[in-house]
Design a binder for this molecule. Structure first.
Ligand SMILES: [Zn+2]
Length: 356
């Protein structure tokens, strides 16, 4: 009899232990998942941060724009101007928070340019090589219809999105130490942005540091290739460079990589006895970025390129990715420009100060 009591007691104990063990395990698993989600959400909220305010002498509601093809000076509302810049710089299909970030970048560029007195007779011009690109509504719709095949209705829908991005960020700019920043941006970084000093010499701008840029791999032009025969390569290099290179086509390592930048892009290469800065090579050969590897296949030299653009400041595809995972425009800007403030400017006596 005693044996049976012990046996039942043992089975019961085993049962209780098993139930307790599994309940505990399940609890831990579910708590674990929640924790991960919470930490993730908290990180995003922390990243997003807050707006600051800055009192300035004047917030211009109207500006003078120089149309570079005709020399005509066009006076228009500041917001109308930004609405013509934003779609010239970023695809309207991008997430609204990415479009807001780009609108703020365009506005910051405008104010910085206005302060520099780049034009005597205007505040800014529409030449992207000198100031920043700007499209009139007619030109924009024409481009969208031709290049994207959009109908009038679709154009209206996307332009409404552009207007929303600009109007909802009115008077918001990016500042560092109370001054407008150099808000550089590019199409796609190829996973990591570039430190400004690696591209444009000895400049040390604290907010233009190399940062991680996630989620870019699904976008157009994330990778690209340039294939050239050895003689084409030599012709292109010698076309505008003062020092002429002489390539031995039998050499296996035609492009010798001499150094890398901190972000992993190419810094300098040696081709046919001549040393080139990667940025110079990018222009001469039409490479999308300085983030590349090189291999030789038969008679051809192949440049395998990652990313699109100089890589400094905000990555536009990265901005779209971060927006899609929950970053606001503030979070996006603070991610790409280290230590900056996203700032609403106002003049004394303006009620805008109290709206935040
Ligand atoms: Zn200009």
């Amino acid at each position: 009899m005693k044996k049976f009591v012990f046996f039942y007691a043992f089975v019961l104990a085993l049962l209780v232990f098993t139930v307790v063990f599994y309940t505990n395990k399940l609890d831990k698993e579910s708590i674990g998942k929640d924790n991960v989600q919470n930490i993730y959400k908290e990180n995003i909220i922390e990243q997003n941060g807050k707006l600051t305010t800055l009192k300035v002498k004047e917030v211009k509601d109207r500006i003078k724009l120089k149309i570079s093809s005709t020399g005509q000076i066009k006076e228009l509302e500041t917001s109308e101007y930004i609405k013509g810049v934003l779609p010239a710089e970023m695809p309207p299909e991008y997430h609204i928070e990415a479009l807001k970030a780009q609108a703020i970048v365009a506005r910051t560029y405008l104010y910085k340019k206005m302060n520099s007195n780049a034009h005597k007779d205007a505040d800014i011009c529409d030449n992207p090589a000198h100031c920043q690109a700007w499209y009139s509504l007619d030109r924009l719709y024409d481009i969208w219809k031709r290049s994207k095949g959009y109908t009038e209705e679709e154009c209206n829908m996307y332009f409404a999105k552009v207007e929303q991005a600009v109007d909802s960020t009115k008077d918001i700019v990016v500042t560092y130490g109370g001054k407008y920043i150099n808000a550089y941006f590019h199409a796609c970084s190829g996973d990591k942005t570039e430190d400004v000093s690696a591209i444009w010499g000895k400049q040390n701008i604290p907010y233009l540091k190399s940062v991680e840029s996630k989620g870019e791999e699904g976008y157009k032009n994330y990778t690209s290739k340039v294939k050239l025969t050895v003689s084409d390569l030599q012709t292109k290099l010698n076309k505008s460079s003062t020092t002429k290179c002489s390539i031995n086509k039998d050499n296996e390592e035609i492009v010798e990589i001499l150094s890398y930048t901190n972000s992993g892009r190419i810094d300098k290469v040696k081709i046919g006895g001549v040393v080139y800065k990667a940025e110079e090579l990018r222009t001469l050969l039409g490479l999308r970025s300085t983030n590349f590897t090189v291999n030789k296949e038969g008679e051809k030299v192949i440049f395998n390129v990652k990313g699109n653009g100089h890589g400094v400041g905000m990555s536009q595809v990265g901005a779209d990715y971060y927006a899609k995972i929950g970053y606001t425009y503030i979070g996006i800007i603070k991610h790409y420009y280290t230590g900056v403030d996203v700032t609403k400017i106002y003049v004394e006596g303006d009620t805008k100060e109290n709206e935040i």
